[in-house]
Design a protein around this ligand. Sequence first.
Ligand code: SF4
Length: 601
Amino acid sequence: MIAALAELFASLPGPRLRDTCPDAHLGSSPRRARTLRLYLMKASRYADDGRLMQFRWGVIPGNTLSVMSGLARAWSASRPQIDLQLVVWDELVDAVLDAPTITSIVAAAAADGVDLLIGLVGVQTGEYPRARDLALQFRRHGVAVAMGGFHVSSDPATRTFLQSAGITWVSGEAEDTFAPLLDDFLARRMQTSYAPTGGIRSKTGLGTIQVPSVATAPLPAIELRYLRRFFNRRFATIDTSRGCPFVCSFCAVKNVMGRSVRARDPQRVVEWVRHACDEHGIHTLLVVDDDLYRSPTWEAVLTGVAALRRSGRSISLFLQADVEAADGHDQAQRFVEKAAAAGCYQVFMGFESLEPANLIALRKHQNRTVEDRRGLSDLERAADDLRRRYRRVVSRWHAAGVGVHCGYMLGLPGDRVGCGSRAARELADLGVDIVSFFAATPLPGTEDHQSALADGSLVTNDWNFFDTTHFVRRHAVLSRSELEHEYRAAYRTFYSARRIAWSATTLHRVAGLSWSSRAGMLAQQLYYGYASRRGWHPMLGGIGRRPSSERRRAIDDEQARAIYLADCGSSPATREPTAGIVSIASTSSAHAQAKLSPMRS
Ligand code: SF4
């Protein structure tokens, strides 16, 4: 019944799109010496049936697109002789980038006499196959393409391939590299690769890297056309700091952004929030910092946003923090209070597991109790203490009026039959409002990936499945079908019809929660119940999946090269996926209306 209601909800008329223009006027400018037409694109992913994932409405705008747009606009402001035409295109919610669309983008640039550069940004590992397929198609037209993001930054083999295909790769954060890249492109000397060289040296989990200072870096741009693609069009994102000091073995953040946390100037952040609210009507912000509590400027940022609220602005925040942010000394108490005063209605924390042994395997030591870390507890007592700690943390956030959203991983070494539904029941009992369950995934560049390579436990090399919803590593005890069953059971149990009905009928009545938090938690309960029943991860999908004629044609890099670079015909992929997780169906791309902008028809 919940699924039917959610489908009905999704089929209601969407937000009206009053502005059907692209982000920038696309046409040559007679006043400037040169015109750069820059497409900042975020690739979607291929679903298990081989079709492209596309949604009528998104739920979380991509912060990388906003950050890169901000960098591009700042570059443009200091290059008066250049006319920048910027187009932001998120394939998850915008029009499909099929072959006719790519051809028309290239042809229009040639007809207008502008320089065309394609930037595939923020490419995560599960998105890489689609990003690569797009990059190769643009390359076949002779267009310059640059690609960056976590996957490119983390996988040397990918970088080698991209370079061999004439695709410029950009590793790490782009604050110091994007302006030189654009200058080089216009000077016809774009390099094969760009990586941060200035800034500071920062430790990772595996070595050291160079990371830029972000104190005075350009802030993310608010692209209103883009934000209208999302169910809550007054929702935007900002990063106030980068990096994370912890060493979780599954996480690429510390290896790409380093363990030295660097922050933006808090006054500029607060001014950005004021501007977003006053000028663009933004009222909800996802602060994407991986752990705001570890930012050196959290207090100044939260104090500044609280002052904006006191002056009458309606601003709500969704933050990420670690468990200790609500279970420690005075500073933790202050953090919770300040977050609540700044309008925090939801906090995301990575609980990851209820089993101390799993936390040890993940090197998620910050979640463990002090006694456990000191070796003073046996496993049984450590497990009891851990549950007590989580309960205490949830209660403290609730007492401040803030809803609790936790991340939880399945497929960890200590997991056994029944782990999914048991975890869901226990998390509900602890009072957690929303849970995002993930399949434990050894992402490239992490310690878990290295150990999976060393012990031969990877069951596929197909990056498409490294999206935290597929089990790509063999488990010592559970079969893949058992793992998949546990994953589904976890969602079904936590978002059972009974629990969602309770949330709906009581307006998520939880002691302490503010009205805005209760409304937010109810909306998310409905959405998570809907998305998980429809078969996509709530954080990776959206509302109302659109049928897409675009299908996957290549599995690995060389196959993609053969299809998209050497032979652009419609011959389908014939090789089976390495793990047999998905079947790739063949199709020729339907002829879409030629498009220059990401607006859907
Ligand atoms: S999982 Fe979170 S706490 Fe752990 S290293 Fe990554 S960002 Fe930091």
